[in-house]
Design a protein around this ligand. Structure first.
Ligand SMILES: Cc1cc2nc3c(=O)[nH]c(=O)nc-3n(C[C@H](O)[C@H](O)[C@H](O)COP(=O)(O)OP(=O)(O)OC[C@H]3O[C@@H](n4cnc5c(N)ncnc54)[C@H](O)[C@@H]3O)c2cc1C
Length: 316
């Protein structure tokens, strides 16, 4: 098993890898223990939009975490192999109320013309970094190894298990983080995406404020990730054919070039739903335990801000 380290991070999704990088880069030798390789995690499924409105609790911290993240993602977008790019795209809604006042402060804001609304009630353009997640996770693994960290494939039965290998354990186990911490406020929020060959799109599209089903697409080079849905309490990781057809139909209504795009694959992930992100140290008898889980539908955008707060806790 693992060599002795300062910290064991449990979880090799975007939250665990980013946390481990931040700890290593701050001088704490950190290893990641993960049940799945990063490309098989929920994190690999995300679209992933990194800017836009913050609807997460704890709200003040979430605003700060997103701001920290955006500064880092904007910088990563200048690296050719990070998987992060700066993109222009539309945020739309089917809800009443028009364009919210905060939207005008977003980078690249411009109201959509009636044609650009594609049948939605309101919408506007912004510029935001987006991440091609399989590629971004490869970048994180490489950066983790370059910073002196390591990854081991193993499933822990409890958060006490790693304490014999390191004095500090960080719980970044996503939806399983709740089970490991005996926290029954964590719920899976199942999401399905369809990945198609890119018919030439460069701009993203995302419907905010929808409950179960939303329409959106994110171009990443020769692929486009189409979405999507959010089903609370559903643990099923099998793709659903009816949902695939529905996603393809809704996206093609907005962007007709997607109608005949060949499907590459269908991905399913379980967002770690929780009323509020849990980032805190818990008093335990053995060693030190820090939690960093429950990021719901915004784990990628929150990942850097949360990781740097874990460094502060671990260094205290
Ligand atoms: C369809 C969809 C679209 C999304 N779009 C966006 C978006 O646009 N922007 C955004 O910011 N977010 C988005 N998200 C949300 C984002 O994907 C999640 O918030 C994020 O991936 C959570 O990361 P995580 O590292 O906490 O969890 P995960 O990626 O689930 O990783 C959990 C890790 O813990 C490991 N693990 C679990 N149990 C154990 C154990 N017992 N022992 C060892 N290891 C264990 C797993 O193997 C895995 O490595 C989306 C999610 C979905 C499903």
């Amino acid at each position: 098993m693992a060599q002795h380290a300062d910290v064991v991070v449990v979880g090799g999704g975007v939250v665990g890898l980013t946390t481990a990088i931040a700890l290593n880069e701050a001088g704490l030798r950190t290893v990641v223990w993960t049940a799945e390789v990063p490309r098989q995690t929920t994190s690999a499924v995300a679209g992933a939009l990194l800017g836009g409105p913050v609807m997460t609790e704890p709200r003040d911290d979430a605003v700060r975490w997103q701001k920290t993240g955006l500064e880092i993602f904007d910088e990563l977008a200048t690296h050719p192999h990070s998987g992060v790019t700066a993109a222009r795209g539309r945020l739309v809604t089917r809800m009443d109320g028009g364009t919210p006042p905060w939207a005008r402060d977003l980078p690249g804001f411009a109201e959509c013309s009636p044609d650009e609304l594609a049948g939605f009630k309101a919408g506007f353009w912004i510029t935001s970094p987006i991440a091609d997640m399989p590629c971004y996770l490869d970048y994180l693994v490489d950066r983790l190894c370059r910073s002196g960290g390591d990854i081991e494939i193993c499933t822990v039965a409890s958060l006490e298990q790693p304490t014999s290998h390191a004095p500090i354990v960080v719980n970044c186990a996503g939806v399983a983080g709740g089970t490991l911490a005996c926290d029954d406020s964590v719920t899976p929020v199942r999401g399905q995406h369809v990945v198609v060959e890119n018919p030439g799109l460069t701009e993203f599209f995302y419907e905010g404020g929808a409950d179960d089903d939303w329409t959106g697409f994110f171009p990443h080079g020769d692929r486009v990730v189409l979405g999507g849905n959010a089903r609370k309490g559903d643990w099923n990781l099998e793709p659903d054919e009816a949902q695939t057809a529905d996603i393809l139909r809704r996206c093609a209504e907005v962007e007709p070039r997607l109608a005949d795009a060949p499907v590459i694959k269908v991905d399913v992930g379980l967002r770690p739903g929780r009323p509020s992100i849990r980032l805190e140290e818990q008093q335990v008898d053995e060693g030190r335990l820090i939690h960093n889980y429950g990021h719901g539908g915004v784990g990628v955008s929150m990942s850097w801000g949360c990781a740097l707060d874990v460094v502060k806790l671990a260094s205290a």
